[in-house]
Design a protein around this ligand. Structure first.
Ligand SMILES: CC(C)(COP(=O)(O)OP(=O)(O)OC[C@H]1O[C@@H](n2cnc3c(N)ncnc32)[C@H](O)[C@@H]1OP(=O)(O)O)[C@@H](O)C(=O)NCCC(=O)NCCS
Length: 185
């Protein structure tokens, strides 16, 4: 009897993206209405990154960004199409969550994706479509985030596909352990 090939085991590492990975991710992010995107330079410089690889090949990523006032955004979750449906996103999300929570950060996420919204709900985030109710940290951080000419061009280019996708929901989780000891790194 011929048995089906076993999927390659996936490795997860907390490390910066290599330049080829950042370039691949930059191209991939252009294809989804769910994430505005990042320049290659931003992706290479990001430090709070979980990377999934399968047999050495780049398979997925979760990027977290620190905002002011002890908040961290679980900012970009992306799994390359050929690796989807194998639990990689869930594992990346859980690792980013554990790291943020253990750094005693409050956590924030924004998503149009039902699968990701389910992950947010499962972790106890309060989901809310009224973005004006975002924490002050988000209101302080967003102008800086949106000051990127690259993201403005992408917002314009993706406007139609974003309108056709499910609305954005924010997830808010206030860390009960947050306080003066919250770690910056
Ligand atoms: C959304 C995305 C990250 C999911 O990646 P993935 O590795 O395929 O997800 P997983 O296999 O970990 O599945 C996550 C959950 O969705 C469920 N799921 C998987 N495929 C599904 C499908 N086709 N329909 C509905 N649910 C599905 C899984 O059962 C799992 O639920 P569980 O954790 O309760 O078991 C991936 O599709 C992607 O990169 N999409 C484009 C970018 C994007 O939308 N990113 C999110 C931005 S907020």
């Amino acid at each position: 009897m011929i048995s089906a090939p076993q999927p390659v085991p996936v490795e997860y590492r907390h490390r910066p993206l290599t330049r080829p990975e950042a370039e691949a991710l930059h191209r991939e992010l252009k294809t989804t209405p769910n994430i505005l995107g990042y320049t290659v330079r931003e992706l290479v410089r990001a430090r709070d990154v979980w990377v999934a690889t399968a047999d050495g090949a780049f398979a997925g990523v979760m990027l977290s960004l620190d905002m002011p006032l002890g908040w961290t955004e679980l900012a970009a979750l992306y799994v390359l199409p050929e690796y989807r449906g194998r639990g990689i996103a869930r594992e990346l999300f859980d690792r980013a969550w554990e790291r943020g929570a253990s750094r005693r950060r409050h956590l924030y996420a924004l998503s149009r994706n039902k699968q990701v919204q389910e992950m947010m709900r499962r972790r106890g985030m309060v989901l809310d479509g009224a973005l004006w109710r975002a924490p002050l940290a988000v209101h302080l951080f967003m102008p800086l985030y949106m000051s990127s000419p690259y993201r403005n061009v992408e917002a314009f280019r993706k406007a139609k596909s974003m309108r056709e996708t499910a609305p954005l929901l924010q997830g808010i989780w206030r860390n009960p352990d947050a306080g003066p000891g919250a770690r910056r790194r």
